[in-house]
Ligand binder design. Structure first.
Ligand code: PMP
Length: 401
């Protein structure tokens, strides 16, 4: 089909929930995508879901193909080899003792919220149900996770919100301590906020939060859906802070673009779940878990966290040069390959559109932030190709038009 025919079909039959650019991709390989007209793009936004390995990594394609030809789905009432193997791989490389698989980030977070409440109910504290999150956080679009999300724009159209969620400012330990009551069961946060503008928490803050949770006897939940799995230069975001959460969640790149979410927890809290307490039809299916196993093994074997750290530093250094040269950037922030570029003027949408025109996929968060989440396989040559393009766009006329 031609692009205009696809757009027409979409407009007629698909619910209008996304602001879409007029492009339809047909094929991907590594860092690159090709649209239906054969135009090539460099994907600097793959971290939204495909993440680490880039597009169609041979290890992932082989794992999915092999598994699909054997068994795609079966009931969770029976044992599933790669479900157990992927859980083991996550546990052996993290602070978690047990894992549960869902189908998305929001669903993994819903599981985390349920587990935290159930933990206190089973301990004899049924009143402990409140969850404190951070302003500008993003935890998903289901009803409980929009209540957890500290951004009004995701909430206001859907009131009444699920009760017992409350947000406090990021990196403010005093505000957090004041908000904790005898009804609080957990603090839930992204170590590095993604959708809220790529906002890292500080080391003192996260260490203080851990200490505070210990002192108050409440759980600490990290949402690592966006910052986990090598994105920030370490396998997990929490490793930057020298503290361990009691529960953390993963999704996005875990199965290289195939839907999966993971709820990971220490034994003392995971053991609150007993048969019948939680479940999912598709969560943990053989195909998703086999894909996840291939992706996580490849991240570890190909030392992609190290590449994320190295290339993240290189990309940040180059962006800081563009900042000096153009005066159009206020700040380059983030960690590893999770990068936010705060622009001096509200022209992020125009910059994004011009990057796309010139064959580079980037993201914009609101009007003033450009976000980069390239695959962890990115090489110096890809950065070197992008930087002059961005510099020219930032210095071009007509961005404010
Ligand atoms: N948590 C965070 C930190 C996210 O960035 C996202 C997705 N942007 C989610 C949760 C929700 O994930 P999903 O879209 O898979 O439900």
């Amino acid at each position: 089909m031609q692009l205009n025919e696809i757009i027409e079909l979409d407009k007629k039959y698909y619910m209008n929930t996304f602001n879409r650019a007029p492009v339809c991709f047909e094929r991907g390989e590594g860092m690159y995508l090709w649209d239906i007209n054969g135009k090539k793009y460099t994907d600097l936004l793959a971290g939204i879901a495909v993440s680490s390995l880039g597009h169609s990594h041979p290890a992932l394609v082989q794992a999915i193909t092999e598994q699909a030809s054997k068994l795609i789905h079966c009931s969770n009432l029976y044992y599933i080899e790669y479900q157990a193997k992927l859980a083991q791989l996550i546990v052996e490389n993290s602070c978690a003792d047990k894992v549960f698989f869902a189908n998305s980030g929001a669903e993994a977070n819903e599981g985390a919220i349920k587990l935290a409440r159930l933990y206190f109910k089973k301990k004899g504290f049924p009143e402990k149900i409140e969850i404190i999150t951070l302003e500008k956080s993003f935890h998903g679009r289901t009803l409980a996770t929009i209540a957890a999300t500290g951004q009004e724009k995701y909430q206001k159209k859907y009131s009444p919100l699920t009760p017992k969620f409350l947000s406090v400012p990021i990196n403010d330990l005093e505000a957090l301590e004041k908000a904790i009551t005898q009804y609080t069961c957990a603090v839930m946060l992204e170590p590095i906020q993604g959708e809220g503008g790529v906002n890292p928490t500080t080391v003192e803050y996260i260490r203080g939060v851990r200490e505070l949770c210990n002192r108050k006897g409440i759980l600490l939940i990290f949402d690592e859906v966006q910052c986990g799995l090598g994105r920030t230069g370490k396998l997990f975001g929490y490793q930057h802070y020298g503290v361990e959460p009691d529960i953390f969640t993963l999704a996005k790149g875990l199965a290289g673009g195939f839907p999966i979410g993971a709820l990971c927890a220490k034994d003392f809290v995971a053991s609150a779940f007993e048969p019948g307490d939680h479940g999912s039809t598709f969560g943990g299916n053989p195909l998703a878990c086999r894909a996840g196993y291939a992706v996580l093994s490849t991240i570890l074997n190909e030392k992609l966290c190290e590449n994320s750290e190295r290339m993240g530093q290189y990309l940040t250094d180059q962006l800081n040069r563009v900042k000096e040269e153009t005066g159009m950037i206020v700040e380059v922030r983030g960690k590893g390959l999770m990068i936010g570029i705060q622009l001096a003027r509200p022209v992020a949408k125009a910059v994004n559109a011009k990057c796309l025109e010139q064959g580079f996929l980037v993201g914009n968060l609101g009007d003033s932030i450009i976000r980069l989440l390239p695959p962890l396989i990115i090489q110096k040559q890809d950065v070197d190709a992008f930087i002059p393009v961005l510099r020219n766009i930032l210095m071009s006329d007509g961005l404010d038009a």
